[in-house]
Design a protein around this ligand. Structure first.
Ligand SMILES: Nc1ncnc2c1ncn2[C@@H]1O[C@H](COP(=O)(O)OP(=O)(O)OP(=O)(O)O)[C@@H](O)[C@H]1O
Ligand SMILES: [Mg+2]
Length: 209
């Protein structure tokens, strides 16, 4: 599904470049946005299906949560750079030893960081930290628009999106995925406003066993 959508998108971009009339260009831009929405939904639905499937037969592999978090930041750094967003990492030298499914955990962290980038303005900062307080707490704090008057608890429901993000493409599955991954590992997702200024703070909390 992703490949044909990418083909249609590329063709729409070519047509967009060739058109002169503003109303035609607007129509094609709307078409491209609809294609982006479809491919985002297709990707997120596949990821969500994978979480549901893997959660039933979770892989129990020894891993280091700090390393996993660092890798996720490195993978998304180019996307953040496109918006001149700096990802500041505040990670301990010591490993956070954990037994779990690295594919799922990385998917959860990727979705949390993806939101922080997507809902933050250009030239802002994202702070990524890892701490332990009996649990492992992996936090991603941004300086974006925050959750507004959205019901925070409801944002982890499938297809739930806030009312303050209609300008940005999304399918409402990212936090559902992160929440399900956390629960399947005996943990939880903590969603709150950034206490140090405007923006959001989302933490993946996992048991330190
Ligand atoms: N860092 C954030 N800043 C502000 N709002 C956020 C942030 N993260 C999540 N949200 C709000 O929570 C909603 C749900 O997030 P979620 O990741 O599940 O869906 P999405 O980003 O809309 O779509 P997608 O499935 O494509 O990620 C978002 O639509 C947005 O309203
Ligand atoms: Mg998202």
């Amino acid at each position: 599904m992703r490949t044909p959508l990418a083909t249609v998108r590329a063709q729409a971009e070519i047509i967009h470049r060739r058109l002169n009339k503003p109303e035609h260009r607007t129509t094609i831009r709307e078409m491209i946005r609809a294609i982006d929405e479809s491919s985002r939904s297709a990707g997120q639905l596949l990821d969500h299906a994978m979480v549901t499937f893997r959660a039933d037969s979770l892989e129990h592999t020894p891993l280091d949560l700090v390393e996993l978090l660092g890798e996720t930041c490195a993978r998304l750094a180019p996307t953040a750079e496109l918006k001149d967003i700096a990802i500041k990492t505040n990670l301990p030298d010591a490993a956070f030893d954990f037994i779990g499914d690295s594919v799922l955990l990385q998917g959860a962290l990727r979705n949390i960081l993806d939101n922080a980038i997507k809902y933050s303005p250009e030239d802002s900062e994202i702070t990524v930290s890892a701490a332990r307080n009996g649990n492992y707490v992996l936090s991603i704090r941004d300086q974006g628009r925050g959750f507004g008057d959205a019901d925070i608890q409801d944002l982890t429901s499938r297809f739930s999106r806030g009312s303050n993000v209609s300008d940005i493409v999304g399918s409402g599955l990212g936090l559902t995925i992160a929440d399900e991954v956390a629960r399947s590992h005996g943990g939880r997702l903590e969603i709150s406003e950034n206490t140090e200024g405007p923006g959001a703070c989302v933490s993946l909390v996992l048991p330190q066993s």
